[in-house]
Design a protein around this ligand. Structure first.
Ligand code: SF4
Ligand code: SF4
Length: 380
């Protein structure tokens, strides 16, 4: 298979001096110690593939699609090669040639394309018993939309409900009547431009049809996908709203947790969007909490492996396990995150570990008194 690589992409590839610094924090290299599972190796494989030197065997495709696009290699590359762009481009070419993504990933993207979400069970908020408590909190004439994201609304509706109740203390907003369509972030990461554009434009039309000018979301993937790819509205992460409420002394505190807490930075609001201060300002200002940092925090945060979970469960397990273990080693009683994917991965692994995994919205909901106990989702 021979492919003419565009000039801008070739320039990026030629910037690489093969120094290998991109291996330093790469999570898939961390657990394989195999050169073909880091950026340098992946780029060399893709070049050999596109020049026809090697064939697109399953083993080659495994290398290309096991990258979680976590962007941490962007941080350690001294030549500032745009590794994320290169890796995504390779996937686009493979998808256009019908060679990618992997079979399991294709099945999941087909489910997303057919149903509008990865769970094949869109919820009608208006008729769902779990959401009847929040239907009164929406303002249909608001130009601000609260976008729960398909994972939170389908998988963790109790947390989604809590997010709505919390946000309603500080903002007026509308919600879509049906469960939120997938933002298509996963489809984009897998390098399927046509499918991504179709879903994106459908969503943009939907938002426009209800007069949306601002979107607030608590989902990191939705946030980075909207911010980097959509147009026609401003995107805000709910943590920014809660941070401002704490700064302005508008955050009413009715409960208190006396505990040692650490925070995991999700890739899509961390390295993708630089939202590092808001969660820390929130956690450091909640009375009773002793906040401690993971060694791998902020820009150096290790991806939980959520994006590659299917079909690379083993990588996901090792990536999430390493962060959990680090949190335990530094003495944290709670590992807090702000992403439904990270929450799912850590809590799946944490069964039997001496630590609690919670979403930051659970903590905020407990402090304000919206819920009387946390975690909302038991680990066993
Ligand atoms: S994006 Fe992350 S997983 Fe992919 S090569 Fe870079 S560091 Fe490794
Ligand atoms: S760190 Fe950058 S320059 Fe060095 S091998 Fe990796 S991609 Fe190439």
């Amino acid at each position: 298979m021979e492919v003419e690589i565009p000039k801008d992409m070739e320039d990026q590839i030629l910037k690489c001096s093969h120094c290998g610094f991109c291996r330093v924090l790469c999570p898939t290299f961390e657990f394989t110690k195999n050169e073909s599972y880091n950026t340098r190796g992946r780029v060399m494989i893709a070049k050999a593939l596109f020049s026809g030197e090697i064939e697109p065997t399953n083993s080659i495709l495994q290398r290309i699609y096991s990258c979680s696009l976590c962007k941490i290699c962007d941080l350690t590359c001294p030549a500032k090669v745009d590794l994320n762009k290169i890796l995504k481009y390779f996937r686009v070419v493979l998808s256009e040639k019908g060679l990618g993504p992997l079979e399991e990933q294709k099945q999941l993207t087909n489910t997303i394309l057919e149903n509008g979400n990865a769970y094949a069970k869109p919820i009608e908020y208006s008729s769902s018993p779990i959401f009847h408590e929040i239907s009164d909190l929406t303002k249909e004439d608001s130009d601000t939309l609260f976008y729960m994201g398909c994972m939170q609304s389908n998988y963790y509706p109790e947390i989604a409900k809590l997010e709505v109740k919390l946000l309603s203390k500080f903002e007026d907003f509308n919600m879509l009547k049906k469960s939120d369509h997938c933002c298509a972030g996963y489809v984009n990461l897998l390098g399927m431009p046509k499918e991504f554009e179709d879903m994106k434009s459908e969503n943009e039309k939907l938002f426009e049809s209800v007069g949306i000018k601002r979107i607030i979301t608590a989902c990191p993937t939705c946030y980075s996908t909207f911010k980097d790819n959509y147009s026609g509205f401003e995107t805000i992460h709910s943590l920014e709203i809660f941070k401002d409420a704490i700064d302005n002394k508008r955050f009413e505190i009715n409960n208190r947790l006396n505990a040692t807490v650490t925070y995991h930075d999700p890739c899509h609001i961390g390295r993708y969007a630089n939202i590092y201060d808001a969660p820390r300002i929130i956690l450091e200002n909640l009375p009773g909490i002793r906040f401690i940092e993971l060694d791998r925090s902020k820009e150096r945060s290790r991806c939980c492996g959520g994006v590659i979970r299917l079909p690379f469960f083993e990588f996901r397990d090792k990536m999430s396990e390493a962060t959990l273990q680090e949190a335990i080693d530094i003495g944290a009683e709670y590992l807090v995150t702000a992403c439904p994917q990270c929450f799912y991965n850590f809590s799946t692994i944490a069964v039997g570990y001496d630590i609690k995994v919670i979403d930051i919205n659970e903590l905020l909901g407990y402090y304000t008194g919206i819920v009387e106990s946390i975690p909302l989702y038991a680990l066993d």
